[in-house]
Design a protein around this ligand. Structure first.
Ligand code: ADP
Ligand code: ASP
Ligand code: MG
Length: 426
């Protein structure tokens, strides 16, 4: 009978040193002993991808995305080869594989490519031969055979895609925290771990800044109903958080989490002529460039003119500013300015659908801390506010408390900052 298959993904800190890599190899050995087949996906060792990005920026003002992809994919290759060697030295048959070798095909949008399909023939053969496969995450190849990468945090998506392609029973994401929390536990010491989260809720959290899972990985898992478990690679016997389809029948909590995103920027156009068609003139070229606008506000018009602000991801700011300067000239608007020292704070909860007063409670809590709100947007299950970035930590903590999410007793900073592996060193 065919053995069940588990895909395990280990993030950057989990393979951040040779000692950590040995711990991961031990964990894989234990999993294998339970009688399952194991496919492992690894990230680059902690900090390596950032280092490569920095080197590229130092050598060239505007590096070509194609070359960035070849460069960035190297980090994951290093960790997959090292982990494979660690397994082999424990007497476990193992084989490292790059994106190309595993047959992961993507489109050609360099540095944020999307997976098209996985040709898993070679992987299946290697598994039949009783190997642990150690796959370099975050990378694939396009139709031309060029290396592509899947966007920051993309190893999560590689793992889920492989789990689906190989028919795995589940996909485990090992990281440096013990699951998905009501807020980033590094920012909010009293954040609570959630035992279960639905795909929809996780999608909302990931897209509002909870970087514990890449958004596309959650979309993928949802689409193919692949159970995802997020847990700590440091804690023995960690149950972590299960992300699966169920929206529990129980009454949903008013607020399930507070997220923040510092990777935001705001553009303001002054003295925009207040006429029909102007908004289209502004946002059409932005959309045509493939940039995605998040919040928009327009002030009340005075003497036929108005000010208009919108937000988008920080990495899209430079491109958007070039476009906006052209647009401002064309529509005879005034000055164009930008601000990237902002944060988006979001309160998420399915229970908001049937409750009023959430926004009021947010505004009251922030005003008590003298935090000014620059922009607001609401939907059925979330409220987001743009604030000055320097207030991020205070805002997230005060809202966490205001919505009664604080854990008791609190998780100490020490446990989170320096998790001690419980597996004995070799
Ligand atoms: P990895 O290298 O394992 O992929 P990441 O740094 O990408 O790890 O993601 C884990 C980090 O996500 C945690 O260290 C934590 O600071 C952050 N994080 C942000 N929001 C949340 C949340 N709601 N729950 C858990 N972790 C979160
Ligand atoms: N190494 C890549 C990054 O730092 C991909 C990943 O870790 O998932 O974004
Ligand atoms: Mg990650």
């Amino acid at each position: 009978m065919k053995k069940p298959l588990v895909v395990q993904k280990y993030g950057g800190t989990s393979v951040g040193s040779l000692e950590r890599i040995r711990c991961v190899a031990k964990r894989i050995e234990q999993t294998k002993k339970t009688g399952v087949q194991v496919v492992v996906v690894v990230s680059a060792m902690a900090g390596e991808t950032d280092k490569l990005v920095k080197m590229a920026q130092e050598i060239c003002d505007n590096p070509e995305r194609r070359e960035m992809d070849l460069l960035l994919s190297s980090g994951e290759r290093v960790s997959s080869a090292l982990l494979t060697m660690a397994l082999q030295s424990q007497g476990i048959p193992a084989l490292s594989m790059t994106g190309r070798q595993i047959g992961l095909q993507t489109d050609s949008v360099h540095t944020r490519a999307r997976i098209k399909q996985i040709d898993a023939k070679r992987a299946k053969q290697a598994l039949k031969n009783n190997n642990v496969l150690v796959v370099a995450g975050f990378q694939g190849i396009n139709e031309q055979g060029d290396v592509t990468t899947l966007g920051r945090g993309g190893s999560d998506t590689s793992a889920v895609a492989l789990a689906v392609a190989l028919g795995a029973a589940k996909c485990e994401i090992y990281t440096d925290v013990d699951g998905v929390f009501t807020a980033d536990p590094r920012m909010v010491p009293k954040a609570k771990k959630l035992d279960m989260v639905s795909y929809d809720e996780m999608l909302e959290m990931a897209s509002l800044g909870a970087k514990v899972l890449q958004i596309r990985c959650v979309e993928f898992a949802h689409k193919f109903k692949m159970p995802l478990v997020v847990k700590s690679s440091y804690i023995e016997g960690s149950q972590g958080t299960l992300i699966s389809k169920e929206d529990s029948n129980m009454e949903q909590p008013l607020v399930s989490g507070i997220m923040y995103d510092k990777n935001q920027a705001k553009i303001t156009l002054k003295e925009v002529p207040d006429q029909p068609g102007i908004a289209a003139n502004i946002f059409e070229p932005i959309a045509a460039a493939g940039l995605s606008v998040d919040m928009i506000i327009q002030n009340i018009s005075a003497e036929g003119h108005t000010d208009l602000s919108f937000t988008l991801g920080r990495e899209e700011l430079d491109e958007a500013m070039v476009i906006m300067r052209k647009v401002a000239k064309k529509i005879r608007a005034g000055n164009v300015s930008s601000d990237s020292k902002i944060s988006k704070i979001s309160i998420v909860g399915a229970g908001m659908r049937s409750h009023s007063g959430v926004a009021a409670r947010i505004f009251k809590s922030l005003s008590k801390e003298k935090i000014n709100i620059l922009m607001i947007s609401t939907s059925e299950i979330k409220v987001s506010c743009i604030i000055e970035q320097k207030h991020t930590k205070a805002a997230v903590n005060v809202l966490h408390k205001a919505f009664k999410l604080d854990n008791k007793p609190s998780i100490t900073k020490k446990t989170i900052k320096k998790p001690k592996p419980k597996i004995k060193k070799r």
